[in-house]
Design a protein around this ligand. Structure first.
Ligand SMILES: NC(=O)NC1=NC(=O)NC1=O
Length: 174
């Protein structure tokens, strides 16, 4: 998909295509549409990031809370978005044994209890061994820095999803 096509999209089509680059937060795409035309992937991505960065803390935490847990309830119930299922699958999280699932659920519960939002990590850049290790490490971070770290992961996920959509990433099809 080229930028001429993106810049010609009406509001509905734009949100249909880009509404889930921030997991379950179509509002971000709905706001970014107003900023067209975009000069390229980086420009489009910058508008997504700028919208997020301008949110109050409650909005930042809301974005994190819209993310399904890794190997969590949504995965077990089959209610993940297509993007999240693909990402969790690529990280090897859909074929964990019961012990590993339980350990992740326990760590996720501790993390959410400490920070008030779920542990978020760009799963495509990780793997089944690194996820619990990174979760256990970040569990001990200070809330302010952890909020920034988690949002950095949201931006990595956004970048990878935009690359897929705009044909710049490994998973894209022309
Ligand atoms: N809690 C999460 O980190 N969720 C996710 N990471 C991804 O890469 N995709 C998700 O849905």
């Amino acid at each position: 998909m080229d930028m001429e096509k993106v810049n010609s999209m009406g509001f509905g089509e734009f949100v249909d295509v880009f509404g889930n680059v921030i997991e379950k937060c179509p509002l971000v795409a709905a706001a970014v549409w107003s900023q067209r035309p975009f000069s390229g992937l980086e420009d489009l991505e910058k508008h997504f990031f700028d919208f997020i960065d301008a949110l109050p803390r409650s909005g930042l935490e809301g974005i994190l809370r819209c993310h399904p847990e890794l190997a969590g309830r949504d995965l077990q119930q089959g209610t993940l978005t297509a993007e999240s299922l693909r990402e969790q699958s690529q990280a090897g999280l859909i074929s964990l044994d019961a012990d590993d699932v339980l350990r992740l659920q326990q760590l996720n519960a501790l993390y959410r209890k400490r920070f008030g939002f779920p542990f978020v990590l760009a799963a495509r850049l990780s793997d089944r061994a690194a996820v619990p290790r990174e979760l256990a490490r970040r569990l001990h971070c200070q809330p302010e820095s952890e909020l920034r770290t988690a949002l950095g992961e949201v931006k990595k996920i956004c970048h990878l999803r935009l690359e897929d959509l705009l044909g710049a990433g490994p998973a894209s099809v022309e």
